[in-house]
Write a protein that binds this ligand. Sequence first.
Ligand code: ATP
Length: 657
Amino acid sequence: MATSTTKTGQPLDRAQLEPVLRRRMFYTPSFEIYGGERGLYDYGPPGCALQANVVDLWRKHFVLEEDMLEVDCTMLTPEAVLKTSGHVDKFADWMCKDPKSGEIFRADHLVEQVLEARLKADKDARGQTIVVDEAKEARKKKKIKDTKIEKLDDAVVQEYEETLAKIDNYGGDELGELIKKFDIKGPTTGAELDPPRAFNLMFQTQIGPSAEKPNGYLRPETAQGQFLNFQKLLEFNQQSMPFASASIGKSFRNEISPRSGLLRVREFLMAEIEHFVDPEGGKKHPRFEDVKDVKLTLLNRKTQLAGSTKPDVLTIGEAVSTGIVDNETLGYFMVRIQDFLLKLGIDHSKLRFRQHMANEMAHYAADCWDAELFTTYGWIECVGCADRSAYDLTVHANKTGAPLVVRETRAEPLVIEEYQIDLERKKLGPKFRKDAKSVEAAVDALSQELREKLSLELEKTGKIEVQTPGVGSGTTELDKDLIKIEKRKRTEHVREYTPNVIEPSFGIGRILYSLMEHVYWTREGDGARAVLSFPPSVAPTKVLLVPLSSHQDFKPFIKKLTTRLRRIGVSNKVDDSSASIGKRYARNDELGTPFGITIDFQTVKDGSLTLRERDSTKQVRASEDDIIAAVKALVDGEETWEDISKRLPLFEGQDLD
Ligand SMILES: Nc1ncnc2c1ncn2[C@@H]1O[C@H](COP(=O)(O)OP(=O)(O)OP(=O)(O)O)[C@@H](O)[C@H]1O
């Protein structure tokens, strides 16, 4: 796997970044003083501010700009809902147990880890200047300690790589076969593993005191609440289609082996959109024209099937017209997802869209693309974008009888010619008694094809036989006196259909962590200093106020500045500690604070201030009004630092760093 690099081209060292994130309290393991609980994290002040800013941007970018209908649905979900949606039976991962140690592994992750480790060892071995036989010889003689030097056959390397490219697609039996075939054993014991078995990821719970057994779950996604409110939302939207609902809230998954920090946790914030669209007419999107020339990096299904991970860069217009992406609405949202991630500060070169393989998608899905971000943990799915077809609305409507459909008055009434059936009910009742209703239902359910066939038979013989499950022998004879079948015209003024759903689904924690990796770099100086180059819009704190010292004369300026900044909604912090100004700025570079205002003796003389930019460490000096206006323009994204440094005089007086 390629290594991740920072914007300065240095390999990204997670062992350096993670302590910074923990120390500055972006996030921290929950319940730590009780020994911690895997897969659960608390966010500290900068983490909370960052998350709030990302969520705020999400709302503006999607809910506001796309005029979506936001809902906030409950997390506690009755069992019946999740039974109908398929989660109770199918929302599971494959786990396997080491019978010797009792350790539990997620089967696909175990295969992935082992194969990746073997490929790495192979690469290392190939990189050695000594040939492998010599390496083995040397190892025998204990000259080389590294016992991992193992070279694989080229065919094995290819097989491993192909397996890894398809790792998300295997079912339990296939994973069991891979474990056997590749001789994968318990990592700590070397024991043969038990065959994989399905583990449902939902947390079960009991709703109410009278429940005798668990009768509900913590939701594993926010989507179901949106589907169940479909009819009310359609009404709220004055029956107008297409429209989208949106929801931000916690979801819960009892992950088999949570790992990789915020990337795989058991409780996480999701932001999901359900865009309801008419399935007829190719799922067009009214704004597709505006985005059709935007390029995306696409790793399609065909490429993955060939065992490759080399993506294509295509405009979304090309991708949709050639059928690589199924339809305009899905393509439109992929572009909007990319725009959003880039706005946050995601590195464009570390973003790709990967198409799900046919057996990786839910059986009802028409197409699905994940926005994946490259991190030190490899490519990580951060946003799923799926076409869920009409599945969810259909199953809930069938189960409850609720009309989760759109009824539209046709512009032109539709004249339909069809076979219609008239039953002589007065005679049917006395003849079939308790079975009359079943016979009637069976007749009503006859297809047009059958009706045509039966009408000919009725005309010819004067009687027909109809399949009536559960009545007598299973077929019932009806004669001309009881049934009439005729071809007639019917005019339909209203069209009824179940909308299809395009669902972009964002994991906010995964996006936050990937973003922190993407904006992290180190500045050479006295020791490498960490910098988090968040764009001003998402940075936890926008401005640091630094008085030169704790001198009394600076205090009124600080008070005035904080009040003014607060009034215009710019978050700021004062650092009046005794550390040098350079040190204080370095501390806040770690927090990603993009701007700093210094208050010095010149300020006391003429009211002027310096404004420093985090990444370049350049400063300008100007009046308080000009500096405040510059900060506001920078934070609102109306001007860049380049604009400001052209407009206001540069300040070279002090090298603060
Ligand atoms: N355990 C988790 N921890 C953090 N975020 C998650 C977790 N599971 C899912 N997400 C986020 O929710 C989004 C939508 O969920 P989805 O059901 O598509 O994920 P998934 O395909 O089950 O993920 P994975 O295959 O990685 O388990 C994902 O793109 C991801 O950002």
